[in-house]
Design a protein around this ligand. Structure first.
Ligand code: HEM
Length: 548
């Protein structure tokens, strides 16, 4: 048989040769990867299949939808692994070095901050653009961080708090409607709309009002987020090839660009005038830093590459900020339900700082008034801060993934031996470190007292001895070093406002059922959905707290 004049047996030979070559490349790579693992610490290793047999056992022991945080915790416990270990399931996933020790984690993030792994850019580029701060490295990252750092400074955040309190009042009302109608809710999903509104205030100085209405920009963002869950290397490496999915992402992206571009252009034109006013949006702050740095004059119009970079960064702030905060809010309510004595202590602090008054008999109204008058009061809530930190310790919603290099090694502090990072995805794991008994006695106990200042008398364990002070590197919910979370202070402030305005008026009753899948006995485990999200978005009911 002829194919366009080429004889059939030639075609067959070409196919066989191609297949043979591909197999050769595959086996050479397999050999190279497997031989790198020899002598490195990790679970039981098969010279051909690597850790795939272990991964199969792990998959049988955990629900299918778990976040990789649970993989690393399970492996460490199951095989009694130490402060770090290597895990190689290639070609099912990239060979990974998991760090479970505070000091070693600091070696790759603080002392020598390794670049973000290219797979982060690969994963995020369709959603956030190529220059997004979360995935960029080198000068692109440095420029973005320099432009936006002033917008996240505490002095600037405090100018935004009053408008955020408006959104919080809406959130409080919505919780009340759910309680009064006895309606089940997914708490994280309800809190996510609040997060969109709050980020809109911070970044765009706009009321998106997505808690009550639909908005073209927010709707496009929300549609876009649906495509995140399947886009992870572990579940399906082929998902990025789906043309229907890619078209939908491109369409949403165009809507987001259009909406943000319109806001940007009008703000840029008005920014010169706004710089004289006290309250400025993050965009105004960014424009000023940019203009100062490049000695530009607004009237010349915005440089096209700066415009695209700005759109990418705003997308990044929405992406990085919306669900990390909503997860933290939902998990705070969840942990408070299971720890009534913590709830009592939290309420005691809030009552002392934000008492109801004759002019504002409801605690939320009194709190809103006090925060509007003096936003810095939010920095004087040690127990509330401790409760949020404890929530983040047990349920860190995000993590970093770095790339190893030929000249960077980790050093085991116990032996002073160096181990390679080159060709490994480097994953310092905040979840495993946050549950390590050497830093946190009774690690599974929700005990905010461990975060209180050393001078606080209540900073004691059940046996009366003081909680040990964990090393700084053991709390990594916002990561550490130059690539730490730019929105950490803002995230803490927002959750504090929720706690102050809502916890005394509503209690959340989780709705997990007998027989629901659990991880370590916990039905509300972490799932992979962009970030580490709580199972089922934390289903349950809101109940009004009885007065008196
Ligand atoms: C409770 C809330 C939050 C948590 C737990 C959290 C956690 C984190 C973590 C762990 C990282 C490191 C990620 C990595 O290395 O890939 C990170 C980075 C980042 N976060 Fe947050 N975040 C929170 C809120 C926010 C908010 C509100 C914003 C913005 C409005 C934000 C913006 C960012 C950005 C832009 C980065 C990348 C920074 C860089 O690489 O220089 N985050 N966050």
């Amino acid at each position: 048989m002829d194919f366009y004049g080429v004889q059939g047996h030639h075609v067959l030979k070409a196919i066989v040769a191609l297949l043979g070559f591909s197999l050769l490349v595959f086996f050479v790579k397999l050999y190279r990867i497997r031989s790198k693992m020899m002598g490195l610490p990790g679970p039981p290793y098969h010279p051909i299949f690597g850790h795939i047999p272990v991964a199969i056992k792990m998959a049988q022991s955990l629900p299918q939808d778990v976040h990789p945080h649970h993989f690393w915790y399970w492996l460490r416990n199951e095989y009694n692994l130490g402060s770090f270990f290597y895990f190689d399931v290639w070609p099912m996933g990239p060979p990974t070095l998991i760090i479970c020790d505070a000091e070693i984690a600091d070696q790759v993030t603080v002392k020598n901050s390794l670049d973000k792994h290219p797979m982060v850019k690969e994963y995020l580029k369709q959603h956030l653009g190529l220059d997004n701060m979360a995935a960029a490295n080198g000068t692109v990252w440095r420029k973005a961080r320099t432009v936006y750092n002033p917008g996240f400074a505490m002095s600037h955040l405090m100018t935004v708090i009053a408008s955020i309190v408006d959104d919080m009042e809406t959130f409080n009302e919505i919780l009340g409607e759910h309680a009064d109608n006895d309606q089940p809710l997914e708490l994280e999903a309800v809190a996510m709309k609040l997060s969109f509104d709050v980020i809109g205030r911070l970044v765009l100085d706009t009321s998106l009002n997505s808690q009550r209405t639909s908005d073209e920009l927010v709707d496009a963002f929300r549609r876009q987020l649906q495509y995140l869950s399947s886009a992870n290397t572990w579940s399906s490496p082929f998902v990025g090839l789906n043309p229907i999915r890619n078209r939908a992402i491109a369409k949403n992206s165009a809507v987001i660009d259009k909406c943000l571009g319109a806001i940007l252009d009008s703000r840029y034109a008005a920014s010169a005038e706004k710089q004289t006013k006290r309250k400025r949006s993050m965009l105004d702050v960014a424009f000023k830093t940019y203009n100062d740095e490049y000695k530009l004059d607004n009237s010349a119009g915005m440089d096209a590459s700066f415009r695209q970079m700005t759109i990418d960064q705003i997308r990044t702030f929405v992406f990085a900020g919306h669900d990390t905060i909503s997860t933290t809010i939902a998990m705070l309510f969840y942990f408070l339900h299971h720890n009534p004595s913590v709830r009592d202590s939290l309420i005691a602090e809030l009552n002392a700082v934000f008492p109801a008054t004759s002019s504002n008999p409801s605690t939320s109204a009194a709190t809103a008034a006090k925060i509007r008058a003096d936003p810095y009061v939010l920095n004087a809530l040690p127990y509330t801060t401790a409760t949020i930190k404890e929530t983040l310790r047990l349920f860190p919603p995000a993590n970093t993934v770095r790339v190893g290099t030929p000249d960077s090694f980790i050093t085991d502090p116990a032996t002073n031996t160096q181990y390679p990072t080159h060709d490994w995805v480097v994953w310092p794991d905040s979840y495993v470190i946050g549950r390590d008994e050497q830093y946190y006695p009774e690690p599974l106990r929700f005990a905010p007292e461990r975060w209180l200042p050393a001078s606080e008398a209540s900073r004691v364990q059940s046996d009366g001895s003081p909680w040990p002070i964990p090393p700084a590197g053991a709390f990594r919910a916002f990561e550490r070093g130059p690539r730490n979370c730019i929105g950490a202070e803002f995230g803490m402030l927002e959750v504090k406002v929720v706690a102050a305005m809502c916890v005394r008026e509503y209690e959340f009753v989780p709705g997990f059922k007998e027989g629901d899948a659990c991880v370590d006995g916990e039905p509300c485990y972490q799932m992979l959905f962009g970030s580490a999200k709580p199972k089922g978005s934390v289903p349950g009911k809101m109940v009004r707290v009885k007065k008196g």
